[in-house]
Design a protein around this ligand. Sequence first.
Ligand code: ZN
Length: 264
Amino acid sequence: MFRWIADHRRKKILEKDFPAEWRLTLQKHVLHYLFLNDEERIHLEQLVQVFAEEKIFTGCNGLEVTDEIRVVISAEACMLLLGLPHDLYRNLHTIFVYPSTVVVPEARQSMFSTAPFLVRSEVAISGQAFKRGPVILVWDAVKKGARHPENGHNVVYHEFSHILDMLDGHADGVPALHDKKSYESWSRVCSREFNSLIEKSQKGKPTFLDPYGATNEAEFFAVATEYFFDKPLKMKKNHKELYDILAGFYNQDTAAREKNHRLK
Ligand SMILES: [Zn+2]
């Protein structure tokens, strides 16, 4: 689409007030929304308005896509963009939402299938992201993650961080960083943390990040992103360098936000 058409359409979308029911949904279901200051809230609401309007949400297995579903998913996806350029999900058009975790047998990918197959093995998943879209999410898991950040699991943050990672063409756990010298510290800190996660999880030792992050570098970045938004104070305390490079990339100080909220 020509850029000016998109810009013109977005301007129109933003002329409308943010719906009051949507705000209630955010207050009720997206805990992190309550951590934001006024300026950030307004910014997030604008991102949500555009995202919810532009992306196609398709319910699967009989799920009817309600405003609650649209708003919660949009808000969490856009939370990652609060400090980044807003157009980073431009290649993503469709979000498929399943009601609950699906176990899909051996995939037979067909060129003509309308809904993508979820996985290539018999593993229950709560989400999946593809380079040029779509994103697949399981609503049960989304709801749980949005309400209970203390678990450190958030499937929306997880899958959308994969989208950010893949923007440069590779799912390698390194998104496009803001400057050349950031790559050096990214690689140093993430390699160290990634290897230590592999080592500890192989030995069955307790780890801060979910051991799923030891699968590969892309999963490491996605899991670290979940914890950066869900448990920032703990991450900053115990894995400060990892916290710092993520804060630099996302351009957000989630720990300060959590701390302020606790002091309220
Ligand atoms: Zn993943």
